[in-house]
Design a protein around this ligand. Structure first.
Ligand SMILES: Nc1nc2c(ncn2[C@@H]2O[C@H](COP(=O)(O)OP(=O)(O)O)[C@@H](O)[C@H]2O)c(=O)[nH]1
Ligand SMILES: [Mg+2]
Length: 244
């Protein structure tokens, strides 16, 4: 199984990659972590394959005199141009592993909205499930949750893979937090003005998705929710019917 971790910058992708791989390895599973973030400064996980061996944002900044954003875009371009080679090297590095966890660039638009994500996904061997991470720190009002959940749909649309939704940093909120949020969503958004109105309409349109896909709370720092995450990934991988 290939598990692609996607989410906004700072949502906890790299930390989760490390925690989840450690949890899987505890049961003797052969796990391979892949770093696809050319801009990562230091990583919490030891990766079998690291894109920084091919392209590094800091080197591009120094060599081409670009700022961090420009250099990241340039890095994505370079990776896209050498994608075949990247996938081959990644496959070699991960040979024999049952589970491959792929950590994506800090800025998710680099992976999601450019060619990189869709092209990479279509070159992966075996089943692919994406974990769309929601950062609880970005939720100030109910319409924020609706907006953040659209990311999972965008992942489905752009990558065409099964998606599991998880909320990171569950150690920072109470155990009934998600339940309360979901209940809240059923109420009126009128107090949130124009964006509330739109959020309410989106929420109504999306409620079938919401019902089939529960948000899984996970804490990478405390190792909580890993079993549920594993189960949800397994179920999604089977549900998409690909038996390779
Ligand atoms: N409290 C808490 N903080 C976390 C957790 N996971 C990540 N963080 C913090 O969130 C920040 C961003 O994490 P990182 O994994 O680098 O995010 P990324 O940009 O999505 O890869 C770091 O300061 C982490 O220490 C968690 O489970 N609990
Ligand atoms: Mg990261």
């Amino acid at each position: 199984v290939n598990v692609i971790i996607i989410g906004p910058a700072g949502s906890g992708k790299s930390t989760l990659t490390q925690a989840f791989s450690r949890w899987l390895k505890k049961d003797g599973m052969h796990v391979c972590c892949v770093n696809l973030d050319p801009g990562a400064e230091c990583l919490p996980h030891a990766s079998c394959f690291d894109i920084r061996g091919i392209v590094r944002v800091d080197k591009i900044m120094a060599k081409e005199g670009l700022g961090p954003n420009g250099a990241l875009m340039r890095a994505a371009e370079l990776v896209e141009a050498r994608l075949e080679e990247v996938v081959e090297a990644m496959d070699r590095a991960c040979e024999g592993s049952e589970y491959r966890i792929i950590d994506t660039p800090g800025q998710m638009e680099v992976f999601l909205y450019r060619d990189l994500g869709p092209r990479l996904v279509s070159s992966l061997d075996g089943r692919v499930v994406a974990v769309s991470l929601i950062d609880p720190g970005l939720i100030r009002r109910r319409s924020d949750l609706v907006a953040l959940r659209l990311t999972a749909l965008m992942v489905e649309l752009r990558l065409g893979v099964a998606v599991v939704e998880a909320m990171s940093k569950s150690d920072s909120f109470g155990s009934d937090y998600l339940e309360r949020l979901e209940k809240d969503l059923a109420g009126s958004f009128r107090d949130e003005g124009l964006s509330g109105e739109l959020a309410q309409r989106l929420e109504a349109a999306l409620s079938p998705v919401r019902r089939r896909r529960r948000i899984i709370p996970v804490s990478a720092t405390e190792g909580a929710g890993m079993d549920e995450l594993y189960k949800a990934i397994g179920e999604s991988a089977c549900a998409c019917g690909d038996q390779t």
